[in-house]
Design a protein around this ligand. Structure first.
Ligand SMILES: Nc1nc2c(ncn2[C@@H]2O[C@H](COP(=O)(O)OP(=O)(O)OP(=O)(O)O)[C@@H](O)[C@H]2O)c(=O)[nH]1
Ligand SMILES: [Mg+2]
Length: 277
């Protein structure tokens, strides 16, 4: 992996103020840079177009109409998978995913790559230091990460929503057979899929977050919780029987248990109310 190509994928939607700066800083850390303009309605596209001529190892993919973060990743990832199948890229090449909003501390990228290589990882998902984030955001992240851990069949997730990641291309290409993602669910789905496929994952390395910005909504949280369950079932259903995956029984039983704990007080309150009236 030490001679692996480093390819960055940057999804960008309405990131006019930051996108050029992020691409400029990232360029020196990678061999190839792929930025996806996801139908931005501000000047993101022209900012990228100003950046490209001076940076020959960078290119842009485009969604003419906004399709969501997961679709932006899918466009770039399936393009890389095709090049892997064509023999142009190698399974040990590395795919970095970086947000265009400046949320990711790039100074640690080379260190992260070294860890990736030394630990022979399939995925390094950076654990963002969210201590400066509002409590509701931290709590939401904890719930998502705990849920992901439950459905992963053995991997402990601390920050499953992190978009700051390094993948081994061969592992990512294999995972793409089991998920596509919807809205923001790409990050949580790939985490569950890779874990259930038995891949080597590290989500322990804590990295500071230079800026706070949040565009995700409660609706996205609900979609992501459901998407993780669907991803876990998809792996079980699609994986050939000769390659067994962890049983779904423990997370299913835990979910039933959690539902009972949550619903029992409500049922008791309802019974008391009915008795009174
Ligand atoms: N919000 C949003 N971002 C998109 C979309 N398509 C691509 N992106 C890019 O995807 C990356 C992640 O989006 P963010 O909105 O920063 O989401 P996040 O960092 O996972 O979540 P937050 O911590 O809530 O901001 C950014 O680089 C966006 O520009 C889209 O349709 N909506
Ligand atoms: Mg972000």
């Amino acid at each position: 992996m030490s001679t692996s190509k480093r390819i960055a994928v940057v999804p960008a939607y309405n990131e006019e103020p930051t996108v050029r700066d992020v691409l400029g800083k990232l360029y020196s850390y990678v061999d190839e840079l792929v930025v996806v303009d996801d139908g931005s309605t501000d000047a993101t596209r022209s900012e990228i177009e100003c950046f490209l001529p001076e940076h020959p190892r960078a290119r842009m993919l485009v969604h003419e109409v906004n399709q969501g973060m997961s679709e932006a990743y899918y466009l770039a990832f399936t393009d890389l998978r095709q090049r892997l199948e064509d023999g142009e890229l190698s399974p040990d090449d590395l795919v970095y995913t970086i947000d265009a909003d400046g949320q990711h501390e790039l100074a640690v990228l080379d260190e992260l790559r070294q860890t990736m290589v030394a630990e022979r990882l399939d995925a390094l998902i950076v654990r963002r230091d969210l201590s400066t984030y509002p409590p509701y955001k931290q709590a939401g992240n904890w719930v998502m990460s705990t849920w992901a851990t439950m459905w992963s069949g053995g991997v402990r997730y601390h920050d499953v929503e992190s978009g700051y990641r390094i993948f081994r291309l061969g592992a990512l290409a294999e995972a793409l057979d089991y998920y596509q993602g919807y809205k923001y669910s790409e990050t949580v789905e790939v985490a569950v899929v890779m874990a259930r496929l038995g891949m080597r994952i590290n989500n322990e390395i804590l990295v500071p977050v230079p800026i706070f910005r949040s565009r995700t909504r409660m609706k996205d949280v609900v979609i992501d919780l459901a998407a993780m369950v669907a991803a876990a079932f998809r792996v079980t259903l699609r994986r050939p029987p000769s390659q067994p995956v962890p049983s779904l029984l423990p997370p299913v039983l835990a979910t039933i248990g959690l539902a009972l704990v949550a619903l029992t007080p409500l049922a008791l309150m309802r019974r008391a109310w009915v008795r009174r009236h």
